[in-house]
Design a protein around this ligand. Structure first.
Ligand code: TYD
Ligand code: MG
Length: 458
């Protein structure tokens, strides 16, 4: 008897290989290959042609023949979620919501369903993870549900497909893709081929019937479950729900969006009765900040179109060993090293005698170069043990020769500082020249790091 054929898949990115490999050549992750049986592929119509359902193949169309209607977007009832989706849910779109287990994906989607149902939409929530009783307990926490919101506990996609065709909902939630399976595929639920084929079926449902489908995908570091990255390329929109599980706030980040910008974030807070929107993230990020502590500086980062103020903290202490220690939490480690080198070379601070720890308070990850100047000033403030005024906002990119370079959207950042009650703003000289006069805040333009240090510290 012939041996059943198998192939190897990378659990991280879905790379396929006939033999096992220690490192995936595509995503460079180690030890991610798993063996799975190959199934025979039948030739099917693609999702968009509708050939499988016997409808006539679509004709090519001119751009001006395609009509765009405003009502193609559905509001989720959450402003934060709408913004990340690109102004609401697009009919017939496939959205992947990824995140660590327990971060609140099911809660977010259930609350969204509740909002949609109460605005008169037909919603179907399919759970493969929890029983109807468990869902009911969760629903009781988030408040009363009115309108047409139905629940189904099922993991077989063949049955799910039938139910969807019968019920004809407008929005479907699949929680989670890793529990779904198709009978004609030999491997177990959660394997790369099951996850892929299941997504394929859901894509055909979404595009064929014009239903918006939300798929939950758990991010898994280890174990046999395929990660959501395997299906990122198949879906229209990829959102990641992140945040420290011990902290209350959660950030929803768009990673891919065929219908909108990807650098928007939505901020939520986990409460006793579900998730709650945080409309003013700056206030949230700065709350509980120590005033008049050395090594703490407020910076401004742009998250899409929204400025977010955050606190950059640094701790500089003399080193006990020959090798100074450096760490960077919430920002790029190499960037911090580079900025320390700039201080050493251009400003003559003997940084090699000190350990330096940099942290972005609040747990946000910020890689925007506009926070460079704030990192530098936090380091020097800690080194001199001199506080920077807590009402001063600092932003600017720092170049290798210690010059302070322009950043985009300076005006919005300054406005946010005014809104939050700041009285001084240190910014790149070039940005200041282009800006309108502002008498609500003192603006200090700086050309290089030395000027910036002189402006805020003695
Ligand atoms: P959940 O949505 O089940 O996470 P996921 O689907 O991403 O795995 O979130 C579960 C966590 O949220 C759990 O630790 C309890 C907490 N939680 C609250 O704090 N308040 C609430 O109202 C709800 C429903 C959950
Ligand atoms: Mg869940």
């Amino acid at each position: 008897m012939a041996k059943p054929k198998t192939v190897f898949f990378c659990k991280e990115c879905g790379y396929e290989s006939p033999k096992w490999m220690g490192q995936c050549p595509a995503c460079k992750e180690w030890n991610t290959f798993v063996e799975e049986p190959v199934q025979k592929r039948e030739i099917k119509g693609t999702a968009l042609s509708g050939a499988k359902r016997g409808t006539p193949a679509a004709k090519p169309a001119f751009l001006n023949e395609i009509s765009l209607e405003e009502k193609d977007r559905i509001s989720t009832g959450f402003e934060e979620l709408d913004r990340v989706l690109g102004d609401g849910i697009v009919i017939g779109s496939l959205v992947l919501v990824g995140g660590d287990p327990g971060i609140g994906k099911s809660t977010l989607l259930l609350q969204m369903c509740r909002n949609l149902a109460s605005s008169g939409r037909q919603v179907l929530y399919i759970s493969g993870e929890e029983s109807l009783k468990q869902i009911k307990i969760r629903a009781n926490r988030i408040g009363e549900v009115t309108g047409s919101l139905k629940f189904l506990c099922e993991t077989s996609l063949d049955i799910i497909e039938e139910v969807i065709r019968e019920e004809k909902p407008e929005i479907v939630i699949i929680d989670s893709i890793q529990t779904m399976y198709r009978e004609d595929i030999a491997s177990s639920p959660g394997s790369v081929s099951q996850v892929r084929e299941s997504t394929n079926v859901l894509m055909q449902i979404a595009k064929g019937l014009g239903i918006a489908v939300f798929i939950v995908g758990h991010v898994t570091k280890e174990g046999v479950v395929a990660g959501p990255r395997v299906l990122e390329h198949m879906v229209d929109t990829v959102l990641y729900f992140e945040g420290d599980r011990s902290a209350a706030y959660r950030i929803l980040r768009g990673v891919k969006n065929r219908f909108g910008s990807t650098n928007e974030i939505g901020v939520f807070e986990m409460r006793e009765n579900g998730l709650c929107e945080v409309k003013n993230p700056s206030e949230y990020m700065l709350s509980g900040r120590p005033e008049d502590a050395s090594g703490a500086v407020v910076a401004c980062s742009m998250e899409g179109t929204r400025p977010v103020l955050l606190e950059v903290q640094a701790l500089v202490t003399s080193t006990n060993f020959g090798m100074p220690r450096r760490t960077a939490a919430g920002t790029d480690y190499n960037r911090v090293n580079l900025l320390i080198a700039v201080l050493e070379k251009r400003c003559r601070y003997e940084m090699s005698r000190y350990d330096a720890y940099v942290n972005i308070a609040g747990g946000l990850r910020m890689n925007e170069p506009a926070i460079d100047l704030a990192i530098i000033l936090a380091l020097i403030s800690s080194l001199k043990d001199e506080p920077v005024s807590p009402r001063t906002l600092i932003f600017g990119e720092v170049g290798l020769s210690g010059e302070v370079r322009a950043v985009s959207m300076a005006e919005q950042r300054v406005n946010e500082a005014v809104k939050m009650g700041f009285d001084t703003c240190v910014l790149p000289e070039i940005c200041l020249e282009k800006m309108k006069k502002n008498d609500k805040i003192r603006l200090i333009g700086v050309k290089n790091v030395r000027e910036a240090i002189a402006a805020v510290l003695r």
